[in-house]
Write a protein that binds this ligand. Structure first.
Ligand code: CP
Length: 321
């Protein structure tokens, strides 16, 4: 597998995606040991460049890098010279001058990771940790890893998600998680369904390789999904009114107590976080025995270790793990 950057879930062909998921299984083994550390990235410098807020992604990348023994620099736009007007180019060139092997970037602008990767300002690997409403490929990988583990268990190795039915629900218009998941789930052979109010579908949703639904109950009854992925309503990206009220949204589009009986007994309840409890997901669903919300967070560390390992460790075999 030869991958210099991870900018989009579309960068991953099926074999590469499965290879990363298999490596993440091995990393999960490392994470369950008393000493959760590998020497793989000793001597490499990784910068976490966060221009937008994050809890899960930022912390799990930092933990993943440290568990692989990289030197880690955390850069938050707040408190840096960005607040004095320094550009992305000058910030990137400053990092390059200090000798950086990889940059993990989160930015509110869609395409920021691509700009960094193709600008020539930085020679190292670029990993997209979420760019605007565009993509969040490591979130899609950790979601796929979570589904594969839960559904295939100990027999996961080498498998995709063939025939697995996933219903993605909510603010698809503003969701980089939905876009990256759609791409990766398609690559891994899953059957993708999307449910949203018409105002929260992107333009030309029929071009997406998914079945579209406008009625949540109807979709759950007809599809009988293996997993329901609830999306955060992204108020901070909304410059207009997309639904009548939060109460209406929660009643019609939320995974609430009234809707839970429509799910299969073994259906996974997923959410990338942060959650708006009481809006797109009720506490009874978020804290349900089938909820994978915290498992997704834990799996994020193993998956991000696997991604860093594939991008930065050069030629090696899995036995190096
Ligand atoms: N899922 C996710 O990206 O969460 P954070 O914004 O907390 O990183």
């Amino acid at each position: 597998m030869s991958l210099k950057h991870l900018l989009s879930a579309a960068d991953l062909d099926r074999a590469t995606a499965i290879e990363i998921l298999d490596t993440a299984e091995e990393m999960a083994g490392v994470n369950s040991r008393d000493i959760k550390k590998l020497p793989t990235l000793r001597g490499k410098t990784v910068v976490n460049l966060f221009f937008e807020d994050s809890t899960r992604t930022r912390i799990s990348f930092e933990l993943a890098e440290k568990r692989l023994s990289a030197d880690v620099i955390n850069f938050a736009a707040k408190g840096s010279s960005v607040s004095k007007g320094e550009s992305l180019k000058d910030t990137a060139q400053t990092l390059e001058a200090m000798g950086t092997d990889a940059v993990v970037i989160r930015h509110s602008a869609s395409g920021a990771a691509q700009v960094l990767a193709h600008s020539g300002w930085i020679n190292g690997a670029i990993i997209n940790a979420g760019d605007g409403t565009h993509e969040h490929p490591t979130q899609a990988l950790l979601d796929a890893f979570t589904m594969r583990r839960r559904i295939h268990g100990a027999a996961s190795h080498g498998k995709g998600l063939d025939g697995i039915k996933v219903v993605i629900v909510g603010d698809i218009l503003h969701s980089r998680v939905a876009r990256s998941n759609l791409l990766l789930l398609n690559t891994l052979g899953a059957e993708v369904h999307m449910v949203a109010p018409p105002t929260l579908f992107p333009a030309f949703p029929q071009n997406w390789n998914a079945t579209l639904h406008y009625d949540f109950d109807d979709a759950l009854i007809k599809v009988q999904p293996d997993a329901v992925m609830m999306l955060r309503v992204q108020g901070e990206r909304m410059n207009a009114s997309y639904f009548p009220s939060e109460r209406e949204y929660s009643r019609i589009w939320g995974l609430n107590a009234d809707r839970l009986p429509l799910l299969r007994d073994d259906a996974l309840i997923m959410h990338p976080g942060p959650m708006n409890r009481g809006l797109e997901i009720s506490s009874v669903a978020a804290d349900h025995k089938n909820s994978t919300v915290l498992e997704q967070v834990a799996n994020g560390v193993s998956v991000r270790m696997a991604v860093m390992y594939h991008l930065l460790s050069g030629e090696r075999t899995h036995t190096d793990v």
